[in-house]
Write a protein that binds this ligand. Structure first.
Ligand code: VGL
Ligand code: ZN
Length: 191
C-alpha cells in the first residue's frame, strides 16, 4: 500500500478493534505481540485526524460471569470485565478525543464478536458517509475477523491493515485471512 497519507481520503473511516490491556502481554487473554499494533495504529489515527476522517474505537466490555467465559461454558478466561483495569485501552494507544466509541460484549445472554453486532454501527457509518473501512486491532481471528466479515456483508469496502492486527493463534490467523479475502476484503500492510 502507498503510505497512509496518500491512502486515506474522504469516505474512509478507521476502525480500531479492542486494543485493550487484557488482550496484550500481561493481560487476562494475552495475544502474542498484541501491543505491537499500538504504534502502527497511532500513525493511522494521527493521519485520520489530520484529514478529519472518523475514527471508531471498539472495546470488549463484559459483565461478570459473561457467557463467553469458561465458567459459563464459553471459550475464554474472564477478560475485559467492565470498569476493570484490564478493560482499559492500551495506555499507549492515542485514542483521540473525537473518537467514536463502540462498546460490545455487554449482553448477558450472548457474545458479540463483531463491532457491528447489535451496535447500530452500519447505520452510523452510512450516516457519516463512510464507504471504506480500514480495520486493525485485536484479535485477528476473533473480533477483527467478525468485524471485517460484517463490514463486507454490509456493503463497505474493507481493508485489513495486516501489520496492525495479531491473532490468538497462528493457525487461526491464517484461516481468518482466507475467510476475509474470500469475503472480498483487501489485506494490506501499512507500507
Ligand atoms: C476477543 C476473545 C474474546 C476479541 C474478545 O476482541 O478478539 N477475543 N473476546
Ligand atoms: Zn470478549
Amino acid at each position: 500500500m502507498a503510505d497512509i497519507e496518500e491512502t486515506l481520503q474522504r469516505g474512509d473511516a478507521l476502525i480500531i478493534v479492542d486494543v485493550q490491556k487484557d488482550f496484550c502481554p500481561g493481560g487476562a487473554l494475552p495475544i502474542e505481540d498484541g501491543d505491537k499494533v499500538v504504534p502502527i495504529l497511532n500513525r493511522w489515527i494521527n493521519t485520520a485526524i489530520t484529514k478529519e476522517l472518523p475514527v471508531y474505537v471498539s472495546r470488549d466490555w463484559h459483565p461478570l460471569n459473561h457467557p463467553s467465559f469458561k465458567q459459563r461454558g464459553g471459550l475464554w478466561p474472564p477478560h475485559c470485565i467492565q470498569d476493570s483495569d484490564g478493560a482499559r485501552f492500551h495506555p499507549n494507544l492515542q485514542v483521540p478525543e473525537s473518537a467514536i466509541k463502540v462498546t460490545k460484549g455487554v449482553r448477558f445472554d450472548q457474545d458479540q464478536n463483531s463491532t457491528f453486532d447489535q451496535t447500530g454501527l452500519a447505520d452510523q457509518l452510512r450516516n457519516d458517509d463512510v464507504q471504506r473501512l480500514f480495520v486493525g486491532g485485536l484479535a485477528e481471528d476473533v473480533c477483527v475477523l467478525a468485524t471485517v466479515l460484517d463490514g463486507c456483508r454490509e456493503g463497505f469496502e474493507v481493508v485489513l491493515i495486516t501489520d496492525a492486527t495479531r491473532p490468538v493463534t497462528i493457525a487461526a490467523g491464517e484461516e481468518a485471512r482466507k475467510k476475509m479475502r474470500t469475503a472480498g476484503a483487501r489485506l494490506e500492510p501499512t507500507d
